[in-house]
Design a protein around this ligand. Structure first.
Ligand code: B3K
Ligand code: ZN
Length: 877
């Protein structure tokens, strides 16, 4: 452990910057050994800071070596400045001046992939949140916005493509014969949106004509062997540009929009102004190498990064506590876009399922934090599901409370009022309130209060008066640093069904309708529905109108009714899930007690009806058939018995498979298509139903099903079907599994993105030898510790293997802890993310919990990065 430990910074301590940077001129002399960065910063004291003689304090990393500093072109004598660990401090300055710094950096040795670094043979950058300070000394905070001009000098032969933000304004040669390219970005921006790329890249060109008839050049750059896989991303980009014009009235602003794919990248993608940089896994797509899920992800991420041009770049965050201002809003925008492009219900189910599995777990664990955190040690740890996904749910609730039209007026006002500014979540809400007249004072607690609220509903029907009373209670559990909570403003969308499943009209506060949005604002509240003719079954929290845990005593009959008749598609799925959860919980209890598993499954009839109803959307049927995941059941459980959950899921799947084997076979055959692959909603729906049906059919132990798996693997003309067949063989532990796994690697060894899928599937296997398998994968030639995608595939996959990760002797936890310790120095952001499964130790069954805790303590004894230190200390607190 270090002598002095990292400390937290707090939102309440925010002050405006003492200096501003009106113009930033950067020159990069790129070279494989040392890169020289020269900056000319046109600075002045910030009038909003008040009169002051405060010294100038610039941020800079330990990896930035200062070789010269000058004020208004006069070199500063050593007594007028000093460099501490991560700051350059200049004692006295004029009110307005030009500061020049010459610095040396070594991108080739940058393993943290933050700042300027190398991926394959190219140079690229990642500056959000605080990467720019690893390039040169700067006021590296989002409320310092500056107009950037960037000069790149490099050897033409190795780096024919040299890119930065904005428009290219010059290209020529210098005296040494090197190529010099100058880029200028007219839009003031914070340093986190700066980008630079240099390499030998292929390009795909296109154009987009905006609603005001401006022609925008679109370019996607990749290494030459990948350029045949960017057509889908290009089309997705054009769809996003059109959608943002039509739905939000937002037009693109520069004359050129560029995207570059890089292999080594810590996360999915980055919205740098005019020059988005993508992890190649989130950009490249071809039918042979990319699954349906990955196609949808590419489209969503291309859209997300593009949408940031307004929600993030034109209007940015004042400080990093406000991160959800841009991320929550932009996730909401990309979710709505995908819903418009495909099926809205399917998209909602997928998003909510993810939220309830992963964000709810985060919000119930030691890293729980408000959507607008009050403090942090390392901001990189706060790019979380809470900030992104719960943040998006907050914006969605505002949309529900205001309605489509007023929400659009609010967003127009927000963009107009704050264009070119760095603002706060409060500013966003104020624009929504001002444009709509809706009071969101209490609603704003969603930003500051952590934890998932529990809403408990009880009801009473009075047949004589035709009145139905619904009582709603809310309670938010304590979270770290927040022992008590206030009631939130929760929109609860409700409909009533009769016993045949027909929608009932009812009157609430003078409004008669089949669907009502109730405003739960007190700890407990009763709402009266009048004009109700018969005892209703309530359809609660329709479309998942708020990110809460709903409790209501539904009978199995009620759930079956909702599952087959509710006209809210989301709640049909939700009812089926609840039914499955109830049965699985019974089985889990039996497994924990060591009893023989037995359940008289109501799902058999429910699934049978579903499988025989050809009028249903096959995508929805597939979603209903997917049993609640190991991860979701773990989130619901306390304590978690991983092996019991696994056993219960396997048992129920087996029961359903045996009872409905003929239906699954028929469904499999009925949804097998022969037409050419398209990543269209319609085809994706058929493939998803076909493949889940196959996974059940195989479970019934039918030899014919096993042959079907092999046949599908061999004849598939697309990765979705090929990989589905492989996964079914591996997860179903079929005899063919190891042979198919070997064949798959043999076939795809030269396609890294496909190899990553193979790594993940191999690492997630349920076998007694799972730990040995993962160890050998890390020695495999396909593995590379420098590449975050590979690390995530192998270690992320391993975390899903109950038999590997949760080994009774704790060796699975020890293995993960060892990898975290190795990566802690090399790449702290990745190391910190890998800690997530270990943060759940308090909820685990006692024998496993102690083992996991011991590994956290072992990690804490190391000399830790801020990233890992924060997660480990908070987990142990
Ligand atoms: N804004 C980036 C995320 C940056 C993460 C920095 N550790 C991508 C996105 O959310 O669009
Ligand atoms: Zn984002």
């Amino acid at each position: 452990m270090k002598e002095s430990q990292p400390s937290a910074i707090h939102l309440k301590d925010y002050t405006v910057p003492a200096f501003l940077i009106d113009k930033t001129e950067l020159t990069f002399d790129l070279d494989e050994s040392t890169t020289v960065v020269t900056s000319r910063l046109h600075m002045r004291r910030n009038p909003a800071f008040g009169k002051s003689t405060a010294p100038l304090v610039l941020d800079g990393g330990e990896d930035v070596k200062l070789i010269g500093v000058a004020m208004d072109d006069y070199p500063l004598p050593p007594e007028e400045y000093r460099v501490s660990e991560d700051k350059l401090i200049i004692t006295a300055t004029a009110d307005e001046f030009v500061l020049t710094c010459e610095t040396l950096i070594e991108p080739q040795n940058n393993t943290k992939l933050e700042g300027l670094y190398r991926s394959s043979s190219m140079f690229c950058t990642q500056c959000e949140a605080e990467g720019f300070r690893h390039i040169t000394f700067y006021l590296d905070r989002p409320d310092v916005m500056s107009v950037f001009t960037t000069t790149i000098i490099a050897d033409e032969a190795r780096y024919p493509v040299m890119l930065s933000n904005g428009n290219q304004v010059e290209r020529g040669k210098n005296d040494e014969g090197k190529t010099v390219v100058v880029w200028h970005d007219p839009f003031p921006k914070p340093a986190y949106l700066f980008a630079l790329v240099a390499g030998d890249l292929a390009v795909k060109n296109d154009v987009f004509t905006t609603q005001s008839q401006r022609e925008i050049t679109l370019q996607i750059f990749t290494e030459s062997h990948n350029i045949d896989k960017v057509d889908y991303a290009m089309e997705a980009l054009k769809r996003s540009m059109r959608w943002d014009e039509e739905v939000y009235g937002r037009e693109y602003d520069l004359d050129i929009f560029m995207i570059v794919a890089v292999d080594d990248f810590n996360m999915g993608a980055m919205e740098n102004k005019g020059l988005n940089i993508f992890n190649s896994s989130c950009l490249l797509a071809s039918p042979e190498t990319t699954t349906d899920d990955n196609y949808l992800r590419v489209e969503a991420i291309v859209a997300h990064e593009y949408f940031h041009n307004w929600s993030g770049n034109r209007v940015t965050c004042r400080d990093w506590f406000q991160l959800s201002l841009k991320e929550g809003f932009t996730v909401f925008r990309d979710q709505t876009f995908s819903a418009d492009m495909h099926s809205a219900t399917v998209k909602r189910v997928e998003d909510v399922s993810f939220l309830k599995t992963a964000q709810f777990a985060e919000d119930a664990g030691p890293m729980a934090h408000p959507v607008r955190p009050a403090s942090f040690i390392e901001i990189s740890n706060f790019y979380t599901l809470t900030v992104y996904e719960k943040g998006s749910e907050i914006v969605r609730m505002i949309h529900t409370l205001l309605g489509e039209e007023k929400f659009r007026a609010g967003s127009d006002l927000y963009f107009e009022r704050h264009d070119g500014q760095a603002v706060t979540c409060d500013d966003f809400v104020a624009a929504m309130e001002d444009a709509s007249g809706v009071d969101l004072t209490q609603f704003k607690r969603w930003y500051s209060q952590a934890g998932t609220p529990i809403v408990t509903a009880t009801d009473h029907f009075d047949a004589e008066t035709g009145s139905y009373q619904l009582t709603l209670k809310q309670e938010t559990p304590a979270t770290p640093g927040q022992p008590t909570k206030l009631p939130l403003h929760i929109p609860v969308r409700v409909g009533l069904l009769d016993k045949e499943g027909k929608a009932l009209e009812a009157t609430v506060e003078g409004v008669t309708a089949q669907d009502h949005v109730l405003h739960l604002t007190e700890s407990e509240q009763t709402v009266v529905f009048s004009g109700v003719t018969t005892q209703p079954v309530p359809s609660l929290l329709r479309d998942f109108s708020a990110p809460v845990k709903l409790r209501y005593e539904y009978s199995s009959e009620d759930l079956l009714l909702l599952m087959s008749t509710d006209n809210d598609g989301f709640n049909r799925w939700s009812a089926a899930q609840q039914l499955a959860v109830n049965e699985l919980n019974t089985l889990i209890d039996q497994a924990i007690k060591g009893e023989t598993l037995a359940v008289d499954s109501q799902l058999v009839d429910g699934f049978k009806t579903l499988l025989n109803d050809d009028s249903l959307d096959p995508a929805m049927v597939a979603l209903v058939l997917a049993l609640p995941s190991q991860a979701y059941l773990s989130e619901l459980a306390n304590p978690i018995y991983p092996a019991a959950i696994k056993q219960a899921r396997q048992y129920l799947k087996q029961q359903l498979a045996t009872a409905l084997s003929a239906e699954f076979e028929r469904t499999y055959q009925a949804h097998s298509m022969s037409s050419g692959y398209q990543p269209s909603a319609e085809q994706i729906a058929h493939r998803s139903l076909k493949n889940i049906a196959l996974s059940y059919w195989v479970e019934a132990g039918d030899e014919k099903a096993q042959q079907a798996v092999r046949a599908q693997y061999q004849s598939a003309d697309n990765m979705t079907d090929q990989f589905a067949a492989l996964s079914i063989a591996v997860n179903g532990q079929l005899d063919s599994a190891s042979e198919l796994l070997a064949a798959f690697y043999e076939q795809w060894q030269n396609e890294p993105l496909v190899v990553n899928k193979w790594l993940m599937l191999s690492a997630a296997q349920e076998q007694d030898t799972a730990l040995e398998t993962v160890k050998s994968l890390m020695e495999h030639p396909a593995f590379d510790l420098k590449n975050p995608n590979k690390v995530r595939s192998v270690l992320g996959g391993f975390g899903q293997s109950v038999s590997g990760f949760h080994k009774a002797d704790g060796s699975g936890y020890r293995f993960l802890a060892d990898q975290i310790i190795v990566l802690n120095k090399r790449n702290p952001q990745i190391a910190s993310r890998l800690c997530t499964p270990l943060t759940r130790w308090k909820k685990l069954q006692p024998e496993l919990s102690v083992q996991m805790k011991a590994e956290l303590e072992r990690i804490l004894a190391e000399d830790l990065s801020k990233d890992v230190y924060e997660v480990i200390t908070k987990s142990l607190a």
